[in-house]
Design a protein around this ligand. Structure first.
Ligand code: AMP
Ligand code: MG
Length: 400
């Protein structure tokens, strides 16, 4: 059986970035930039006021009252005529400044009297002026290639006029659960049945990782249904993600079904707990990630291998799950020799990250898993970890 790190590497190599599309900024959140975005403008685009106040020459304002020019300059007005000598010009925040402005005296410290203005606080040179290009020079790269776009990147792309923005296509992911016991979440289970929780969870995880999920009908544990699943795979999806049917039981039909349908098994079985039977295979451009059916195994395997696949298909240059280091809040004894991912709560205490393992009944314990925001990664062949030990944690939710 291969190790988690090897399996992640196999997934990374098999998944290549999707085609480049021009995406409206309003739909670009979570996409990966397919090129550098350079600004075609300076920012700020002109010398502008940071306050409502008066544009003045500093030496003149220090000497005494200034003559107030009639009217005011608002944001959006064209640049006003240059300051005449002894003059103050009323300017609003964001307004272009008259040439010759040495500082802006805020209205709060300006005393107006019969057409004159006096600064009650001495202005410092450059005070409350935002100079053209002081934040961004035209030509500067504001969004680098390979960046997964967050809101701040989208604002920079807008500043640079990159709307639409070239991005890699969202990975299209078909999600299919398998198991004759499953009924959809909006139905009442009959005797021996249970609600499908993996399908909705996997669709949500795909979406959260920047993919476009398409949920298929549940697949029964019959060779015919499994054969149909794999025949159709790859038609309109970059990746097929399934749950269930990959372990060693009589009705775990997926690995054999995939091979019969022409898939090449890249791995089946990873030395980890939970999630040992996880499978990954390829047929031409079609990829299949077979997750175990136990809900916690499904979740953890997706957060590792699904995350790697989606990141790489999205075009991220450094794809894969992210780990953070934290100190154990208590000692942990480990069962078995496999690399283990233990549901846990990560929190920031006194400026340091601490992680506390959760009591869990096993890979079916969705209630315990629901309390976790991270999984502690316990290396293979570890028997015990002491309180305070530094451990790697896989983030399962946005972290504190
Ligand atoms: P399997 O990997 O198919 O042997 O499934 C292992 C366990 O996970 C069984 O107890 C299943 O009933 C359960 N299971 C499988 N698929 C799902 C699902 N979609 N939602 C919730 N539980 C599931
Ligand atoms: Mg099953």
């Amino acid at each position: 059986m291969i190790r988690v790190a090897e399996a992640l590497e196999i997934v990374r190599r098999a998944c290549t970035a999707g085609p480049i599309e021009r995406v409206p900024l309003s739909e670009a959140l979570g996409r990966v930039a397919a090129g550098d975005v350079a600004s075609d403008v300076d920012w700020p685009p002109f010398d502008t006021s940071a306050m409502d106040g008066y544009a003045v020459r500093v030496a003149e304002a220090l000497r005494g009252a200034l003559r107030e020019r009639a009217g005011l300059v608002a944001a959006g007005d064209p640049p006003p005529p240059a300051l005449a000598s002894g003059e103050a010009v009323r300017v609003m925040t964001g307004a272009p400044l008259p040439a010759g402005t040495g500082a802006v005296v805020p209205v709060e410290v300006a005393r107006r009297d019969a057409g004159t203005v006096r600064a009650e606080q001495a202005p410092a040179p450059g005070e409350h002026i935002r100079r053209r290009g002081e934040s961004v020079r035209a030509g500067a790269i504001l969004v680098p290639i390979g960046r997964r776009l967050a809101a701040s990147d989208i604002s920079l792309a807008a500043l640079a006029g990159a709307d639409p923005i070239p991005c890699h296509a969202r990975p299209r992911v078909a999600v299919a659960v398998t198991g004759s016991e499953l009924v959809p979440a909006d139905q009442a289970p009959g005797p021996g049945q249970l609600r499908d929780s993996n399908g909705p969870m996997l669709a949500a995880l795909v979406r959260a990782r920047g993919g476009a999920p398409e949920v298929r009908r549940a697949v029964a544990d019959t060779p015919e249904a499994v054969a149909r699943l794999f025949e159709e795979a790859g038609g309109d999806a970059d990746l097929l993600v399934t749950s269930g049917g990959v372990s060693a039981g009589d009705l775990d039909l997926l690995p054999a079904g995939a091979e019969r349908a022409g898939f090449e098994m890249l791995f089946h079985g990873v030395a980890m707990r939970p999630g040992k039977p996880v499978a990954f295979a390829r047929r031409g451009r079609a990829l299949w990630l077979g997750l175990p059916g136990n809900p916690v195994s499904s979740a953890v395997c997706f957060q590792l291998f699904g995350a790697m696949a989606l990141d790489a298909l999205s075009g991220l240059p450094d794809p894969g799950p992210r780990f953070v280091e934290a100190r154990l809040a208590c000692a942990v004894s480990v069962r078995g020799r496999r690399e283990t991912f233990r549901d846990a709560v990560l929190s920031a205490e006194g400026g340091a990250l601490r992680v506390r393992p959760l009591e869990t009944l096993g890979s079916h314990d969705l209630a315990a898993h629901g309390l976790a925001n991270a999984a502690i990664r316990i290396p293979a062949d570890t028997e015990r970890l002491a309180e305070g030990a530094l451990v790697e944690c896989l983030a399962l939710r946005p972290l504190p």
